[in-house]
Design a protein around this ligand. Sequence first.
Ligand SMILES: *Cc1c(COP(=O)(O)O)cnc(C)c1O
Length: 367
Amino acid sequence: MIDPRRLIRPLVHRVHAYAPGEQPKIQGLIKLNTNENPYPPAPAVLRAVRAAVNSGLRLYPNASAEDLRAGLARLHGCRAENIVVGNGSDELLALAVRAFVEPGSGRVPRRAKVQYFTPSYSLYPVLADTHGATKCPVPLPPDFDLPPVAGLRRQGRWDFSAALSLVTTPNAPGGRGYSRRQLRELCAAHRGVLVLDEAYVDFAKEDALPLAREFPQVLVCRTFSKAYSLCALRVGYMVGHPELIGALHKMRDSYNVNRLGQAAAEATLRNLPYYRRNFRRVIATRERLAAGLEQLGFTVLPSQTNFLLARPPEGKAADWQRQWRERKILVRWFDQPRIREWLRISIGTDPEINALLRAARAIARLS
Ligand SMILES: *Cc1c(COP(=O)(O)O)cnc(C)c1O
């Protein structure tokens, strides 16, 4: 008898797979657990997707998302060779690990390092593990602010020459925004590849895209998922120096971005004012939710994203998650050090947030 377990690499047995937020099929659920946009894509985007369904399912997509890259280059004032599109930004983060990091701890340890701050995006350690790279988590200070370069040097844990460093900005799940000035200082000190993961940047005060043009070792990562309501179609991109971008192109699958995703993202770029109105709505709802939760005794971190990290009174986060769930409202609890007492709440529509606050008042009365 063949034991199939023995056919699998030991590394794979050791990997703890990424735990995605729940996607339940319960009717009427208010889903505030995975930072999806509560508003639909622009009508013109839905028309573009329908047209692509009618004409193109039989055909392969454009292999390098040429038209989309041209549109993105116009938007960001760079050239198509500065851009690679991925099957979601998650794919590009994985490609960056494969393109820039040596698997295993070889003769030069820094070449095998995947470095990131904690808490930040919980996918990063999984990507390092699946590649056999060395995980290098560096804790953020208690307020989750980005430490200045002098502070990082003094502490001595951050390796400015690590093969790959990943910085979520604005951060998740804390929600804190980092200024371009802070990030430029970090970029200027870096010798290894530095990815600025801007998944939530459209809800922030500042972005860091110019840093990808200023520094050859810096890549900025964006996604159409959160701000542009296209989670389902999986489209993300990176902007940076043509050498690094070319390396990612080499490592990707030949048809990595599907035809519907390309059509939807291209149409999105032609309808940006529609989305900017929604960003303002989400931000206004976010501030109203923060005030409502604070009135109930929650501690709420300042957010520049489409979610809030909030600590319930007395810190019984898992209990609150369960009680909201009993009332058909889903929020995210991370069983992770430093954020176990907190809940991450995605910003929904105004009626959804009103329902969440009503339920919170009822739960507070019971406890
Ligand atoms: C959601 C998220 C991503 C992944 O986005 P996709 O484009 O949907 O793969 C990447 N980074 C961060 C920080 C995220 O929160």
